[in-house]
Design a protein around this ligand. Structure first.
Ligand SMILES: Nc1ncnc2c1ncn2[C@@H]1O[C@H](COP(=O)(O)OP(=O)(O)OP(=O)(O)O)[C@@H](O)[C@H]1O
Ligand SMILES: CC(=O)C(=O)O
Length: 659
C-alpha cells in the first residue's frame, strides 16, 4: 500500500511513499529515508555528545491525571459508590489530619485527581474486561507501543477503548500511539546467554548471528557510529560493554556489567544518538494505521529536531487528520534543540528509559524538571514516563522511592504520569493504577493554590482568550470554584489547564474527538454534550449535568467561561466570565439565582455585587477592570452585550475581542 507524505521543505518536499518494511528490518536505512528531511544526520559521535553535554548543563528542572466516580465527591445520597467514596474520603481525611497539623490541605473545591494516568496496554490488559477495569480504576490515556504487537492486536484495543467511551458518558479514555522509532536492538538468540564481567563479547552487523560470544545488531551503521572507548548499554544499563576495537562489520567489547542477555534487547551508546531518521518506514506505516483508526495522539520516539515534527504535521494536514503530536525526549541529540522541538509539537514526553541510557543517569531528574518547566511555559502538555512503579511489575506494593517519584512529577506540574510494563505485562496492573491515583490525589491536595496563575508569556498579552483563561483562573482560585467552559476545538479548555486552576475544569464539547483528546490534560474533566442554539439553555443543561452526576453540589458556585478562538454564542466576539450557583429545582433544571453582572467592550469590567466590588476588581483586576457597583442579591435578568439574558448569572466579566 502506498500513500503520500508531504515533506516540509527542500529536497525532502518530494512526496514520500509510506509503507514498506516493518519490524526490525524497518530500521535498515533505505536510500529513500536517507534523503528524508526528518533525520538529523548527526552520528553517534563526539559532536552530538558534546552538544548534549552542553545542553544538559544549561538545563534546570519540574511535572501531573484520571477521572470518574472515584474522584467525584460527594455523589447523590443512596448511591453505593458515593457512600463508599465518601467513606474513603473521610478515611483519607482522618489519615491526613493525623499526619500533619497543616490546615486547609483538604479544602479544595473538588477532591478530584487532576494529574492524568497513561497506561500501556499489553498482554496483561488487552481484554475488554481489563480495559473496563483500568478505566474505572483511573486510566485516562491508553498507550499502544508499536514496538510490540501487530496492527490487528492494536486495532482490537482501539475498538475496545472506543466502545468503552461510547458507553460511558461520564468517563473518557484517549488513545496514544507510540512509534517504535529507530530503536537499535540486538538480534535473536537461540536461548539467553550469561555474560561474566571482564569477558570479551562481539556485536556484528552480519545477519543471523547468535552465539555465546557474538550477536547481530539490526542497524547497518552501528560500526560506523561507534568509537573505541564508547560505553554500550543493554536495556538502559542492565548490562554494559566497553568498546575495545572494531573491524568493518564488528565491534569487540569487554563486558563491564554482566548478566543475562536475551533476544532483541535495546542497545544505546552512552552520550550518542543513532544516525537513523526519527521516523522509520515502519513508523510511517504505523502512523497511517493511526490515521485510519483515528487515534488521538502520536508519541513520536527519538525526535532529534523540529523538522521531523513539521514533516509529520504536514502529513497529517494532507490527510485531514486531527491527531496531536507528543514528542518523546529520549535522544541525546534532542537536548540542544528542546525549545524548537517542543514549540513545533503539542506536547512532550520525558521518556526516561532511553534518556537515561543516552545521557548520564544523573541528568534525568534535571532534564525532567526542565522539560516540564519548558512545556508549562509554552502551554504544551507534558508526560513523565518510565519506571514509575517498576517494582509493581512483580510485586503488589511499590517501593517508597517509586511513590516519591510520582509525587515529584505531580508537584513539578506534569499533565500526566505513565505506566509501561506495570500495566502492559505486569502482574498487578490495577493495583499499579490505584497506587498512582492515590499518590497523585494525595500529593495534589498538598499543593498550595497559586496566588497568581503562571503567565504564559508574550502570548498572554496578545490574546483575549489567554486573558480570560488567566482571569477565570484567578476568579475560581479566589472563590474556590470549579470552572465550566464550552469548547468545540478543545482550545479554551487546554488554555485553562495550562494555568492550573485549583478547581476542576469541566469542559463541555459537542465533538467526541475533542472529548477524547482532553482526557490527557491536567485538571480537565471533558463532557460530551449537544450545544443548543440557545446559549442560556446550554449553560443550564451543563449545570444540570454536573448536579446530576454529583460533580457539583446543590448551591455550589462555578465560574463559567465563554472565550476562545471561535465564538460559539459570543455575538460581536464578546468574551465573558460568569459566576453562577448551581441549583436543583423541582423541574430538574438549574434554577434562578442571585446574580452580579457586568459586560463591557475592549477592557473587561466587573460588577462587584456580593463579592464586594473591591474584591471582584482584585480578582479579575490587573487594574483594567472597572467596578460598576451592582450589588443586588436578588435574581434579575440582565442582558449583556453578547445578546443573551444572563438569567442565572451571579457575576459576569466580559470583554470584546481585541484581536
Ligand atoms: N502490544 C504489546 N504486545 C505484547 N507485549 C507488549 C505490548 N506492549 C508492551 N508489551 C510488553 O510490555 C513491556 C513493557 O512495555 P513498554 O512499553 O515499556 O516497552 P519498551 O519500552 O519497548 O520495553 P522494551 O525495551 O523491553 O521492549 C515490553 O517490553 C513488552 O514485553
Ligand atoms: C517511554 C520510553 O520510550 C522510554 O522511557 O524510553
Amino acid at each position: 500500500m502506498a500513500a503520500q507524505v508531504v515533506a516540509a521543505s527542500g529536497a525532502a518536499a518530494a512526496a514520500r511513499p509510506l509503507g514498506g518494511g516493518s519490524g526490525a528490518d524497518g530500521l535498515r536505512q533505505s536510500p529513500r529515508l536517507q534523503l528524508g528531511a526528518c533525520a538529523s544526520r548527526e552520528r553517534w559521535g563526539g559532536a552530538a555528545a558534546a552538544r548534549a553535554r552542553r545542553g544538559s548543563q544549561a538545563v534546570s528542572v519540574i511535572s501531573r491525571a484520571p477521572r470518574t466516580e472515584a474522584e467525584v465527591l460527594p455523589l447523590s445520597p443512596g448511591d453505593d459508590a458515593a457512600v463508599k467514596e465518601e467513606a474513603n474520603f473521610q478515611q483519607l481525611k482522618a489519615i491526613q489530619q493525623l499526619a500533619t497539623a497543616a490546615n486547609g490541605v483538604w479544602s479544595k473545591p473538588n477532591v478530584r485527581r487532576k494529574t492524568k494516568i497513561v497506561c500501556t496496554i499489553g498482554p496483561s490488559t488487552n481484554t475488554r474486561e481489563m480495559i473496563w477495569k483500568l478505566a474505572e480504576t483511573g486510566m485516562n490515556v491508553a498507550r499502544l507501543n508499536m514496538s510490540h504487537g501487530d496492527h490487528a492486536s492494536h486495532k482490537k484495543v482501539i475498538d475496545l477503548v472506543k466502545e468503552y467511551n461510547a458507553s460511558h458518558a461520564d468517563n473518557v479514555i484517549a488513545i496514544m500511539l507510540d512509534t517504535k522509532g529507530p530503536e537499535v536492538r540486538s538480534g535473536d538468540l537461540p536461548q539467553p546467554i550469561f555474560l561474566e564481567s571482564g569477558q570479551e563479547f562481539t556485536f556484528t552487523i552480519k545477519r543471523g548471528v547468535g552465539t555465546d560470544t557474538c550477536v547481530s545488531v539490526n542497524y547497518d551503521d552501528f560500526v560506523n557510529d561507534i568509537e573505541v572507548g564508547d560505553m554500550l548499554l543493554v536495556d538502559g544499563g542492565m548490562m554494559s560493554f566497553l568498546v575495545k576495537s572494531k573491524t568493518e562489520d564488528s565491534v569487540k567489547c569487554e563486558v563491564i556489567d554482566g548478566g543475562e542477555l536475551k533476544s532483541r534487547r535495546h542497545l544505546n551508546v552512552r552520550g550518542k544518538s543513532a544516525t537513523l531518521p526519527s521516523i522509520t518506514d515502519k513508523d510511517w506505516d504505523d502512523i497511517k494505521f493511526g490515521v485510519d483508526n483515528q487515534v488521538d495522539y502520536y508519541a513520536v520516539s527519538f525526535v532529534k529536531d523540529a523538522q521531523v515534527v513539521h514533516e509529520l504535521k504536514d502529513y497529517l494536514r494532507s490527510c485531514n487528520a486531527d491527531i496531536h503530536v507528543i514528542v518523546k525526549i529520549e535522544s541525546a541529540d534532542s537536548i540542544p534543540n528542546l525549545h524548537s522541538i517542543i514549540t513545533a509539537s503539542d506536547g512532550a514526553m520525558v521518556a526516561r528509559g532511553d534518556l537515561g541510557a543516552e545521557l548520564p543517569i544523573e541528568e534525568v531528574p534535571l532534564l525532567q524538571e526542565e522539560i516540564i518547566r519548558m512545556c508549562r511555559s509554552m502551554g504544551k502538555a507534558v508526560i513523565v514516563a518510565t519506571n514509575m512503579l517498576e517494582s509493581m511489575i512483580v510485586h503488589p506494593t511499590p517501593t517508597r522511592a517509586e511513590v516519591s517519584d510520582i509525587a515529584i512529577a505531580v508537584r513539578e506540574g506534569a499533565d500526566a504520569v505513565m505506566l509501561s510494563g506495570e500495566t502492559a505485562h505486569g502482574k498487578f496492573p490495577l493495583k499499579a493504577v490505584k497506587v498512582m491515583h492515590t499518590v497523585a490525589l494525595r500529593t495534589e491536595a498538598t499543593i498550595p493554590d497559586a496566588e497568581t496563575p503562571a503567565d504564559l508569556g508574550q502570548v498572554f498579552k496578545n490574546h483575549m482568550s489567554e486573558m480570560f483563561a488567566y482571569h477565570a483562573t484567578m476568579m475560581s482560585n479566589t472563590l474556590r470554584t470549579s470552572i465550566v467552559v464550552f469548547t468545540r476545538t478543545g482550545f479554551m479548555a487546554i488554555l485553562l489547564s495550562h494555568y492550573r486552576p485549583s478547581g476542576t475544569i469541566f469542559a463541555f464539547t459537542d465533538e467526541e474527538r475533542v472529548r477524547q483528546r482532553l482526557a490527557l490534560y491536567q485538571g480537565v474533566c471533558p463532557v460530551l454534550m449537544e450545544f443548543s442554539d440557545d446559549a442560556e439553555k446550554t449553560f443550564g443543561d451543563a449545570l444540570s449535568y454536573l448536579l446530576k452526576h454529583g460533580m457539583v453540589k446543590d448551591g455550589e458556585e462555578v465560574a463559567l467561561v465563554q472565550s476562545g478562538k471561535q465564538p460559539i454564542w459570543r455575538s460581536q466576539s464578546t468574551h465573558n466570565i460568569q459566576v453562577r450557583k448551581a441549583r436543583r429545582t423541582s423541574r430538574g433544571r438549574t434554577g434562578r439565582r442571585t446574580r452580579r453582572s457586568v459586560v463591557g467592550h475592549g477592557v473587561a469590567q466587573a460588577a462587584g455585587a456580593g463579592l464586594g466590588g473591591d474584591e471582584m476588581v482584585r480578582q479579575g483586576g490587573r487594574g483594567e477592570l472597572e467596578e460598576d457597583g451592582h450589588c443586588g442579591e436578588e435574581t434579575k435578568d440582565v442582558t449583556g452585550d453578547d445578546g443573551f439574558a444572563h438569567k442565572n448569572c451571579y457575576g459576569v466579566l466580559a470583554g470584546s475581542d481585541l484581536r
